[in-house]
Design a binder for this molecule. Structure first.
Ligand SMILES: Cc1ncc(COP(=O)(O)O)c(C=O)c1O
Length: 411
């Protein structure tokens, strides 16, 4: 029996599995692991959203199969959000589709538009589905730089786009962009989106923008939507998520907005694959978007406070990490003394010696090597505890590095 499945062969084992397994083993031994690994919001979903779900589920009509594209009231709430937040008018019928989280939407859009061998441009490092959604769909991925903070970096990004078009046969089908970025926390201005739209229009390349962190921003202000660029919807679709905005990661609700052809393609695939999210979840999601937004402000304050405690504390412990302008992640260059170890070995060592779990940068792509990602999903008290552990760990770096070295020699 051939079990060498074509798609599975192209999906390497998740790099995070090694750290996750160590984490589970340590917990089974009764150790208290402070977990900055997964970007899994720890706050409760706001009460009014939960109440709406409970109210809706009492109505047996909501127990039937739902609408794969999203119930009309939810799509209207999504359009109203774009109008309110970005001053962008969208037709809820043809320019918006609800998804089972933005991850599902990205994966199924990749299925919908990719022919075998199609070339897709995706950032590296990136959130894995940006590249692997297309690899699962049989496409090939060419990497784009993920850093765009300086004018030089932006020029490099645009040069990489130019080269990708000049040197790829077939010409790239689509480009995936994600600002504010997971894992790098990079943000961009509307002007930069304008440059990308202009380029992609000239070369007839679709744009898939992932705006999962649209509302997780700090003192630099709200991130833009690519759909704010005039004419962007001729070539672009943008994914939003309720997971972080309303602390609803387990509910699985997101949406795509923009180009009608891309939305229709996604709708077609989804009509075969799912019946939409459970109706009470959709009703509650509409209540989240239409209801009071002070919970969103509280979410930002919470992550901002945690960010400051983490970044200041790490600096005090001797580890300089840039303060993220947005997202719930710090993207940390490995401490200098551990730089040669690589991000996976460093993450394992930090877990076993300091009881602190982080995500190794290499798990987000080869250019994530040299970094690790810390998610702001522990409270400030536990962040302070983690910092105390890390401080002792860093002070003993020689001891740990020697131990690693002798293990390598012994092997
Ligand atoms: C950049 C990015 N896009 C999409 C997602 C998935 O979000 P959702 O829960 O809406 O599927 C995440 C989740 O961490 C993310 O970081």
């Amino acid at each position: 029996m051939d079990d060498n499945f074509y798609r599975i062969k192209r999906l390497p084992p998740y790099v995070f599995t090694a750290v996750n397994q160590m984490k589970a083993e340590a917990r089974a031994r009764g150790e208290d692991i402070i977990d900055f690994g997964m970007g899994n919001p720890d706050s409760a979903t706001p009460q009014h959203i939960v109440d709406k779900l409970v109210e809706s589920v009492q109505d047996p009509k909501t127990h039937r199969y739902s609408n794969s594209r999203g119930i009309p009231g939810l799509r209207k709430a999504m359009a109203a959000y774009y109008q309110r937040r970005f001053n962008v008018d969208l037709d809820p019928e043809s320019e918006i589709i609800a998804t089972l989280g933005s991850k599902e939407g990205l994966a199924n859009l990749a299925q919908a538009i990719t022919s075998p061998g199609d070339m897709i441009l995706a950032p590296n490092p990136s959130y894995p589905i940006h590249a692997f959604g297309f690899i699962i769909a049989g496409g090939s991925v060419r990497h784009l730089p993920a850093y765009v903070s300086t004018p030089e970096a932006r020029t490099e990004f645009m040069d990489a786009l130019e080269k990708a078009v000049a040197r790829s046969i077939p010409k790239p089908l689509a480009v995936v962009i994600n600002f504010p970025s997971n894992p790098t926390a990079e943000v961009v201005s509307l002007d930069f989106f304008g440059e990308i739209v202009d380029f992609c229009k000239r070369h007839e390349i679709w744009i898939l923008s992932d705006l999962a962190y649209s509302e997780v921003y700090f003192e630099h202000g709200p991130p833009p939507s690519i759909l704010q660029i005039k004419g962007a919807r001729e070539i672009a679709v943008e994914f939003s998520s309720l997971s972080k905005t309303y602390s609803m990661p387990g509910w699985r609700l997101g949406f795509a907005a923009g180009n009608k052809k891309l939305i229709a393609a996604l709708a077609r695939v989804k009509s075969y694959v799912d019946y939409g999210a459970f109706t009470p979840i959709q009703v509650a999601a509409a209540a989240a978007l239409n209801g009071p937004q002070d919970c969103v402000e509280s979410m930002r304050e919470l992550y901002c406070k945690r960010r400051d405690v983490l970044i200041d504390g790490l600096a005090n412990a001797g580890w300089t990490v840039p303060s993220p302008k947005a997202t719930m992640f710090a993207w940390a260059p490995l401490p200098a003394s551990f730089a040669n170890l690589g991000s996976l070995e460093f993450s394992k060592l930090l877990l076993s010696e300091a009881n602190v779990a982080v995500s190794p940068g290499v798990g987000f792509g080869e250019y994530g090597e040299g970094y690790c990602r810390l998610a702001l999903v522990e409270n400030t008290q536990r962040i302070r505890q983690a910092i105390r552990n890390i401080k002792v760990f860093l002070a003993n770096s020689d001891k740990y590095l020697e131990a690693v070295q002798s293990k390598v020699v012994a092997e």
